[in-house]
Write a protein that binds this ligand. Structure first.
Ligand code: SF4
Length: 734
């Protein structure tokens, strides 16, 4: 019991009667916090707490992690497999064999009739890495469709693409410790306090000790922008222009690191020729940042002993997403800010295991950053898995964002959706709905049976969630951490790994391919495949990972045998004794001509529509919408609207307004705030049937990631507020 002032009003902290604490890693964002869940004497999860000895979070958790134990029994969990003949029919509960047989026979029927690639498999960033690896083996090695991707295309594809283009491989080179060493930080389109609260805490603590300047580039006054030394309110979608102008200043004033450039990069002449066109005087007209500020920031960045850049969806979710990442890398390479303490370009990843899927799912190729386009990679994996090398395609198939268009065209007839909900998360959802209606067969595998996408399923496979399962996840700084089974899967649901292995038995008719049952054994198999590669994790085991509360890759077998303590593993990539992953070991400086190809506000649709996250919710609210401690903070969709714009339209704070785009409309409550400029509204993306009715989602040409953050809308005042409230209520699914 704690006592308040004067000991008159004691604050009582309820005794949850925890009998045992069990270890896991948080299953929401990619920060990768170590967490312990408390069980009472009946084995029920009743509390969550941060792990003090974990370097990532040092005992802290954010609002989502603190209530994560409530997930296990939340509403909407699926407990039995279900089938039906048409998505118009009622569900029938069935047994696992029937549901799996039906899924297997429908996939094979469709493939025999329309070809192997007529079935698509779309997964997630939410599963455990051993599950990703097993699904990849099943899909690439036995099912044989090339149209296999993850929902990570919606969040991290541009970062992956940009890293590959600049460095020759995916893999964030930095770590959280870099905040403690940096002399300057630029955050591009990243609202750390709401998206990754514990990374923000690490950054803030380091900033308070070291006092480095923080520059935030964001069109909205985010929480991070409120803490910035300089906030650059950039015109949406023009980051590449600002980057080019900064490089123009750096090269013009001779502030680049010539020694580093010559030793470690190719392409400086081409880059110089391109950025010469981006005089700050010209650039300010496009990106909206005045020329003096551009010059000041460029000089400050180049002159810092160590300068760091981070970014999130403000860069990735753009038609220039991949170019934006390359631009960040260009700035870092030009000034020698890669691979040294405090000097890095660190993509802050999205989902808890978006990194795990990037490394091991085989969605974009083959395991551990191998390519289908590389003959030796195909041969190596075919041999290791004991499959025919000619079974592999020689180039990757469609991205998730192209698969739905292929459904519209009738090229994709069957779909297996795993832990993802495209009807909530893809742009222009009306179009996605029509595409789903075209399918001959759809299986949804999810821990919740009430997702919007399950409305179109013929088979529902109930999966275990988060710490009902065992396996590892990789966080933003390449740290692999362990999730242990804290409680049993809900009802008759099963771990995703179990489901994949049972599906594999059906496809693996000759028994040639080995599918281990235990996550720890699969992890060792993955370790074998990683030996000698950039993301070598052959020195790790589940036990060692738990002991050290996570280990950063690379951590090799040799290091483990020498008894090196894991933090000496891969704290940073591309340090002095490492090389970039192009054959000559050099990184590429890539010129980035700016092409203005966004939807922009005009007379008919005069407002920018910006989208993003809130701290209390996670993605489509499939989880947090059902947890009262999260949902009560933001139970309904709303739009941030500038008070001056509201005054002109006669909108009062708390009024319902209609947002209209060229795609559709949505009714939301107006929240008047100067966080957004007069020509912009901001709507959180968490609410079903809301902002993604409006978004256009033009695709980045390299990463195929949608531009969620740049669409145009008009705002309509609604006379009948009662009717508007009723219509808005319909959106409140949970
Ligand atoms: Fe979980 Fe992310 Fe919050 Fe940490 S910061 S507790 S990983 S949601």
């Amino acid at each position: 019991m704690l006592f308040g002032r004067g000991k008159k009003n004691p604050i009582k902290i309820a005794d949850k009667k925890v009998k045992e604490w069990k270890y896991a890693t948080c299953g929401y964002c990619s920060t990768g916090c170590s967490i312990e869940v408390g069980l009472n004497s009946e084995g029920k999860a009743v509390s969550s707490r941060g792990v003090g000895s974990a370097d990532v979070n040092r005992g802290k958790l954010c609002l989502k992690g603190l209530f994560e134990h409530e997930l296990f029994d939340s509403a909407g969990r699926g407990s039995e497999p279900k089938i039906r003949d048409s998505f118009h029919d009622e569900w029938r509960v069935t047994d696992w064999d029937t549901a799996l047989d039906r899924t297997y026979s429908e996939i094979r029927r469709i493939q025999e009739k329309y070809g192997r690639d007529s079935v698509a498999v779309i997964s997630t960033g939410q599963m455990l890495t051993e599950e990703f690896y097993t699904l990849g083996k099943l899909t690439r090695g036995l099912i044989g469709t090339n149209n296999y991707d993850g929902n990570t295309t919606l969040c991290m594809a541009s970062a992956v693409s940009g890293y590959k283009r600049s460095f020759g491989s995916d893999g964030p080179p930095g770590c959280y410790e870099d905040f403690e060493h940096t002399d300057m930080l630029i955050a591009w389109g990243s609202n750390l306090p709401e998206q990754h609260p514990i990374i923000y805490w690490r950054m803030k603590e380091a900033q308070e000790k070291k006092g480095f300047p923080l520059v935030v580039v964001d069109p909205r006054v985010t929480m991070l922008a409120q803490n910035a030394d300089r906030h650059l309110t950039i015109t949406p979608g023009t980051d590449v222009v600002l980057m080019n102008a900064m490089m123009h200043v750096i090269l013009d004033e001779g502030l680049e690191d010539r020694r580093y450039i010559e030793a470690n990069t190719n392409g400086i002449e081409e880059l110089e020729a391109e950025v010469a066109k981006y005089d700050p005087k010209m650039a300010q007209k496009i990106c909206g940042i005045d020329e003096d500020t551009i010059r000041i920031i460029a000089r400050q960045f180049a002159k810092a002993d160590a300068a760091m850049q981070i970014w999130t969806m403000g860069i990735n979710q753009s038609t220039h997403g991949s170019d934006g990442v390359v631009g960040i890398n260009n700035l870092a390479l030009l000034t020698g800010n890669i691979g040294k303490p405090g000097g890095t370009s660190l993509s802050i990843t999205g989902q808890c295991n978006a990194m795990g899927t990037r490394e091991w799912s085989s969605c974009s190729g083959l395991p551990n950053h191998r390519y289908l386009e590389n003959e030796q990679d195909r041969i190596d994996i075919a041999k290791f898995w004991n499959v025919d090398v000619d079974f592999f395609p020689t180039a990757r198939g469609m991205f998730q964002t192209d698969i739905y268009q292929a459904m519209e065209l009738g090229q994709i007839k069957g779909l297996w959706l795993i832990a993802t909900n495209p009807l909530s998360s893809l742009p222009n959802t009306a179009r996605i709905r029509k595409a789903m209606e075209q399918l001959e067969f759809c299986a949804v595998q999810d821990c919740y049976e009430d997702t919007e996408s399950a409305q179109y399923a013929h088979v529902y496979l109930p999966a275990g969630t988060w710490a009902e399962k065992e396996g590892v996840m990789t966080n933003t700084e390449r740290r692999i951490n362990l999730v242990k089974p804290i409680v049993k899967p809900h009802g008759n649901s099963k771990p995703d790994l179990w489901i994949f292995n049972r599906m594999a038995e059906r496809f693996n008719t000759e028994g040639k391919v080995n599918f281990p049952e235990k996550a720890a054994d699969i992890f060792l198999e993955m370790g074998e495949l990683s030996k000698g590669r950039l993301s070598d994790n052959s020195g790790m085991t589940h036990e060692l990972i738990e002991k050290y509360r996570g280990i950063q890759w690379p951590y090799t077998k040799e290091q483990a045998e020498r008894g090196e303590v894991p933090p000496k593993g891969g704290v940073r990539l591309y340090t002095e004794d490492a090389t970039f992953r192009y054959p000559d070991g050099k990184a590429k400086l890539i010129p980035l001509p700016f092409i203005d190809n966004n939807e922009v506000p005009d007379e008919k649709f005069p407002y920018w529509l910006n989208t993003g996250r809130l701290i209390e919710h996670w993605h489509g609210r499939t989880k947090t919408g059902k947890l009262s401690n999260n949902n009560k903070y933001s139970p309904i969709p709303f739009a941030e609207m500038n008070p001056d714009a509201a005054k002109e339209l006669g909108v009062l704070s708390g009024d319902y307004i209609r947002l209209v785009s060229r795609r559709s409309d949505a009714i939301v409550m107006a929240q008047l705030t100067h966080r957004v400029p007069k020509n912009m509204v901001f709507v959180p993306f968490h609410f079903h049937d809301c902002v993604n009715r409006l978004t256009l989602g033009l695709l980045d040409p390299h990463s195929r990631q949608p531009a969620y953050k740049q669409s145009a809308v008009r705002i309509e005042r609604i006379e009948d507020q009662q009717e508007a409230a009723r219509l808005s209520m319909e959106m409140r699914k949970f």
